[in-house]
Design a binder for this molecule. Sequence first.
Ligand code: UT7
Length: 337
Amino acid sequence: MSAPAAVLAGLGGHVPPRAVTNEELSRSMDTTDEWIVRRTGIRRRHWSEPGTATSDLAVEAGHRALKSAGPGAPGDIGLVVLATATPDHQVPSTAPDVAARLGLGTVAALDVGAGCSGFVYALATASAALVAGHAERVLVIGAETFRPYLNPADRGTAVIFGDGAGAVVLRRGTADEPGAIGGVDLGSDGTLNDLVAIPGNGSRSRSTDRAPHPDDRYLRMNGKEVFAHAVRRMAQSSKAALDRAGWDVGQVDHVVGHQANLRILHALARQLGVDRARVVSHLEEVGNTSAASIPLALADAAARGRLRPGDRLLLTSFGAGLTWGSATLTWPGIALP
Ligand code: UT7
């Protein structure tokens, strides 16, 4: 009999309604549509209105994923894993509120913080819980509200990040089923934790009497360095996940990489020896949505009919921490709401 595995059973995405074009940004900061498209591939991103928090986006995406998983899904959910770098509060975590608002009762619920790699980390956490028999179904959500953390004076971050949420339902199944999560690879390098950071938000900044600098509440990123690490680490991690799945890179139909920059995705494809046509890209429309980027890209590709049952997917991500993670899966037949 085939080994137990987590199997994809539902998918949904949500972005806030307000789309902000490059042209709109160029009216308030020193940038141009031409620069942003040429250097990143991003054409627009969605930003939440004041008053909207990460849980609001997560509930929308979670609702869609549950609907996509079919009528029995909500009753069987035993765990909610929410990947986010922008939780509603420092305390409490955001997942219990999301679970309650989705009508899931008193299920186990936790946040996973792994920056832009959060969704793959959450997927791995959920898979382990399913395989261990801790739940029959798990709702995994990646959700972010980055707009309040963007420094309008920092054009290296303000043009890149967007808000949104993507969610999947995983069920306990077997490794030979379509939808099964196969090889997983996760890693981190904390010696480089200052390359992407919001320095003023935690116990480190509160541990001194010194008032934090006002800019410390904003996201900071050393874009050039992060770019180089992202390509190298996602390529290495992808190969490790493929090895664990027993797949050759030539068998991969779709590479769904973290949607940070189209040039990063193309460089990754080059390092893996994969044709660019097999790279899934959704960042033109939503920018870098951090932990939401992979499920949002999946929801978009599925809605456009790009993913066919039986196709082989490689998911790979990279983010603050530094963290990285990859996973393989075969695409199941999924009904999108
Ligand atoms: O999601 C977590 C992981 N994050 C990532 O993976 C992001 C990785 N990094 C990147 O995607 C890119 O490094 C950025 C898009 C952030 C920046 O692109 P770049 O090609 O690396 O630009 P750069 O920082 O090397 O800057 C090149 C030039 C500079 O001008 P000078 O010094 O050459 O005169 C910048 O000041 O481009 C300038 N620049 C801009 N110009 C117009 C930087 N940002 C902008 C901008 N508009 N928005």
